[in-house]
Design a binder for this molecule. Structure first.
Ligand SMILES: [Zn+2]
Length: 190
């Protein structure tokens, strides 16, 4: 599935129902980059909406392989993840990415800690699925990007993975309940 879901937001859904979002505003911003096995499909569909060389910013909600797998499609982007997620990548790359090949590739690039706000996107720290998971609120479109923290069925992501923090998940969910949004942008269409 590929299409526009708001004035400036495009959504690509991969084979594991995992989503890549493009914000096409002053800057071209990608949120999560999908699974490597969907690479050709991503080029064919997402590539219609944006020239990958012109993507300015890539933000990872967390660093599991199905969210960061195609970071290298965007050669000129600056990459961001939460400070905690970056720390975990440094100390336990395979536990943070859950795929040896992607872990090795992404460990070689520079990822900057996501500031509180970047190009109109506000960072919400939502540990649980991973210690460094974050959601992003985009008030310009009243959109909320939730990664694997919250899915459409009001379920949350797994909390039994190497860098999960099951205790923190409840609080993170409570935090999201307070957030006003109209356009819901989960990491997977579960
Ligand atoms: Zn995940």
């Amino acid at each position: 599935m590929f299409g526009k879901i708001a004035e400036t937001i495009w959504k690509f859904t991969g084979t594991d129902k995992n989503n890549i979002y493009l914000i096409d505003a002053d800057k071209k911003i990608i949120i999560d980059t999908g699974n490597r096995t969907d690479r050709d499909m991503i080029k064919n569909f997402l590539g219609r909406a944006v020239d990958f060389e012109k993507v300015d910013i890539v933000i990872f909600t967390h660093l599991h392989y199905d969210h960061c797998g195609n970071f290298d499609l965007f050669p000129n982007a600056t990459f961001y993840a939460s400070a905690q997620e970056i720390e975990d990548l440094k100390s336990d790359a395979s536990g943070t990415v859950l795929d040896e090949v992607v872990a090795e590739k992404i460990s070689a690039i520079d990822i900057k800690p996501m500031p509180e706000e970047l190009e109109g996107l506000k960072r919400l720290d939502t540990p649980g699925h991973t210690r460094g998971s974050m959601c992003l609120l985009y008030p310009a479109e009243s959109a909320l990007f939730t990664g694997d923290t919250l899915f459409g069925t009001k379920r949350h992501g797994r909390v039994d993975l190497p860098t999960s923090d099951p205790e923190a998940m409840k609080q993170s969910m409570m935090k999201l309940v307070e957030v006003p949004y109209k356009v819901f942008c989960p990491g997977h269409d579960y």
